[in-house]
Design a protein around this ligand. Sequence first.
Ligand SMILES: Cc1ncc(COP(=O)(O)O)c(C=O)c1O
Length: 451
Amino acid sequence: MPPISADLTPADLTATLPSLDELWMPFTANRAFKRAPRILVAAKDMYYTTSDGRQILDGTAGLWCVNAGHCRDSITAAIREQAGLLDYAPPFQLGHPLAFELASQLAKLLPKGVDRIFFGNSGSEAVDTALKIALAYWQAKGEPRRVRFVGRARGYHGVGFGGIAVGGIEANRKQFAGQLLPAVDHLPHTHDLAANAFTRGQPKTGAHFADALETLTKTHDPSTIAAVIVEPVAGSTGVLIPPVGYLERIREICDRHGILLIFDEVITGFGRLGAPFAAQKFGVVPDMLTVAKGITNATVPMGAVCARREVYDAIVDAAANGIELFHGYTYSGHPLAAAAGLATLELYRREDLFARAASLESYWADAVHALRGLPHVIDLRNIGLVGAIELEPRPGAPGARAYETFLKCFEAGLMIRSTGDTLALSPPLIVERAQIDRMFETVSAVLKQVA
Ligand SMILES: Cc1ncc(COP(=O)(O)O)c(C=O)c1O
């Protein structure tokens, strides 16, 4: 098979497709996909190219991760250069400059006091690392009884054993039945269609959903709860936007009982909401914050836990001489990922992309809410450059209508995401107004065709 290159014609690209049988695709209906594959072979800025030579407008920044748009030259060049200079350096008891430099640069973007960075390779690893750090923290503080975690219904925290345990998606757990983590509770989710349908931005009512945490502290001795983990905006289960005052109340209850608060910012980080992180957008600072995706503009896999300095100090200072935290990955702070991360942060800064997202928020919101009244639409939600269109489920076939809409949009040259009966859009932050118009015109036209 010849290498796939930008010079190939669409016919060449189709001819170069390898056998599809061997690859076991993640979170994919393998049989259906292999009968009618959708193959992407190239990307630039706001567009993907398919194997049949079509241009697809990227309405989702890949999987909420290509925040600066595709194949940006400065990032590509940094990766290429690094690959020729230092391909790999072991991260245990050795270091290389770019990992330290990226940690420093990232710390500058984070809320004050959250400035100790532990690198991994994905959001899932970041989540499991944060849960382990929480446990190690309480041991270091002399409170080893704090082993209980609190997650939230409809939370997605990746696919590690820790992440699926605190996550609130039953489908992601039930194939793997058994003990995941010894003690996990879940808060209710905050989605309240009856009270908040068609709200622009944060819903006004719903802060009371946080009170379930107070109830849990009464059910259990609060001094057994290690940490609460939530996505500030739940992304993967349909874009659930925190009601006004909700995150503040969660923080306040955690503070009252000495519980660590972890924000999973794998989606909300790096400008998605028009601020560096959701922590700044909502003015609520967690004790740890997990990131991935946009950290390298998705070019090289990377994730990280960003911890308050006090968390790091407690663990490091309490340890005897030698290794303080028995955790790490072969590829923690990998040189290629670090180079990509540095070039990405520099690009975000140079093009002021977080401010750009903020400046587009109201135009985006208008575009989302203009879909009101279209067939099947029962709710519209927006925050930052994230939009959600919730559809009435087709009787007896939950999710089918949204999935069909996704397929038809793809045929019409637009990439959106469907999750359950919700369509989600989250374009690269370089999106132009005309492209926003095209996205919603396409969705609108497709919704009129879908049964
Ligand atoms: C909030 C959140 N946490 C964790 C993850 C897992 O990240 P990864 O797929 O990189 O493991 C995701 C992925 O979408 C996510 O949205």
